[in-house]
Ligand binder design. Structure first.
Ligand SMILES: Cc1cc2nc3c(=O)[nH]c(=O)nc-3n(C[C@H](O)[C@H](O)[C@H](O)COP(=O)(O)O)c2cc1C
Length: 260
C-alpha cells in the first residue's frame, strides 16, 4: 500500500532531516492531513501504531539544551510496534517513510530520531507487547544560517556519506550494472531513490542486485546485518523505491520486487 507513487527524484530529494524547527504550532489543516495518513496506516497495518503528539518538548528536552542538537522539537510522531507481528520492524520503517514523504509533500519538515530521546517521557500508553521503536520529529523548518559549533560537528558526522546511486547496485554473476539497467530500465530511478533515503547514522546499508525467482531474473533488495536498525532502513529504502517506480516488494531481507 502506498499513497504516492511515481514521485520524481526531485520530490524524494526534497526530504532531508531537519533539526531546527520554528517555535510555532503546526497549522490545523496540516495536522488533519497528517492524522488522516496515520489513521489509514494504523487501521490497515497489524502490529503498527503511529501517534502524533503536538506541543510537547519533554522527550527531546535533554537532547536540545545540553547538546545543542534539536531546536524547538515540540511535535513528533511516535512509532509503536508489537514485534510479535511478522516483519513489524521493517514495516514500521516503510510506513514511517510513507508518512515522512507525505509530510514533505504538504510542506512540513521531519527527522527520524532513533536513540537521542527520553523513552520515559513519551506520553503514549503502551499495551503488553508494544514498544516505541523511534520518533519522527515534524514541524516547520527554521533555517539557521550559522549553526552553533556543536550542532555543526554533529551535522557533519550525521551527513558524512558520499555514496552515488550506482553504489547501491551489487554486481553478481553476469549482472553488471550496465546489463541490469538494459534489462530493467526503471532500476536507475529506483537506485536514485535509495540514494536519497534517510537511514540510521546515514549508513544506507541497503543494496540491490539481480537474483532469480522461479527461473526468472528479478530485482532483489537486502541488508548485510540482521539488526532492528537495518530492518528499519530496509523498510525505508523499499518505500522510496516504490514511491519512485510503483510496484511492490515482498517483506524481508533479500526480498523480490514486482513491477506490476
Ligand atoms: C531509523 C533512523 C534513526 C535516526 N536517528 C537519528 C537520531 O537519533 N538523531 C538524529 O539527529 N538523526 C537521526 N536520524 C537521521 C539520519 O541521521 C539522517 O537520515 C541521515 O543522516 C541522512 O540525512 P538526511 O535525512 O538529511 O538525508 C535517523 C534516521 C533513521 C532512518
Amino acid at each position: 500500500m502506498i499513497v504516492m507513487n511515481n514521485m520524481t527524484i526531485e520530490q524524494l530529494q526534497a526530504r532531508h532531516s531537519t533539526r531546527n524547527f520554528r517555535p510555532l504550532p503546526i497549522p490545523g489543516s496540516l495536522v488533519e492531513s497528517l492524522k488522516a495518513e496515520l489513521t489509514m496506516i494504523n487501521s490497515h497495518e497489524a502490529g503498527l501504531q503511529f501517534k502524533l503528539v503536538t506541543g510537547n518538548s519533554e522527550p527531546l528536552k535533554g537532547f536540545s539544551k545540553s547538546y545543542g542538537f534539536f531546536r524547538n522539537a515540540n511535535n513528533f510522531i511516535v512509532a509503536i510496534v508489537d514485534v510479535s507481528f511478522p516483519d513489524a520492524i521493517e514495516r514500521a520503517g516503510y510506513f514511517a517513510e510513507q508518512i515522512v514523504l507525505k509530510a514533505t509533500d504538504i510542506g512540513l519538515a521531519t527527522c527520524f530520531v532513533g536513540g537521542t530521546y527520553s523513552k520515559t517521557s513519551i506520553p503514549v500508553p503502551l499495551r503488553a507487547g508494544q514498544e516505541v521503536l523511534f520518533l519522527i520529529l515534524v514541524g516547520q523548518e527554521d533555517i539557521i544560517e550559522k549553526p552553533r559549533p556543536l550542532a555543526r560537528i554533529a551535522m557533519k558526522i550525521a551527513h558524512r556519506n558520499d555514496k552515488k546511486w550506482e553504489d547501491f547496485f551489487v554486481e553478481r554473476k553476469d549482472w553488471t550494472l550496465k546489463a541490469a539497467l538494459e534489462r530493467f530500465p526503471f532500476l536507475k530511478k529506483g537506485l536514485q531513490a535509495l540514494a536519497c533515503a534517510p537511514s540510521s547514522l546515514n549508513k544506507q546499508p541497503f543494496r540491490i542486485w539481480i537474483g532469480q525467482k522461479e527461473e526468472k531474473d528479478i530485482v532483489r533488495i537486502g541488508i548485510p546485518d540482521i539488526s532492528d536498525k537495518q530492518f528499519i532502513d530496509l523498510g525505508i529504502a523499499k518505500c522510496n523505491f516504490v514511491a519512485a517506480n510503483g510496484g511492490y516488494f515482498d517483506w524481508g531481507n533479500g526480498a523480490a520486487y514486482y513491477q506490476e
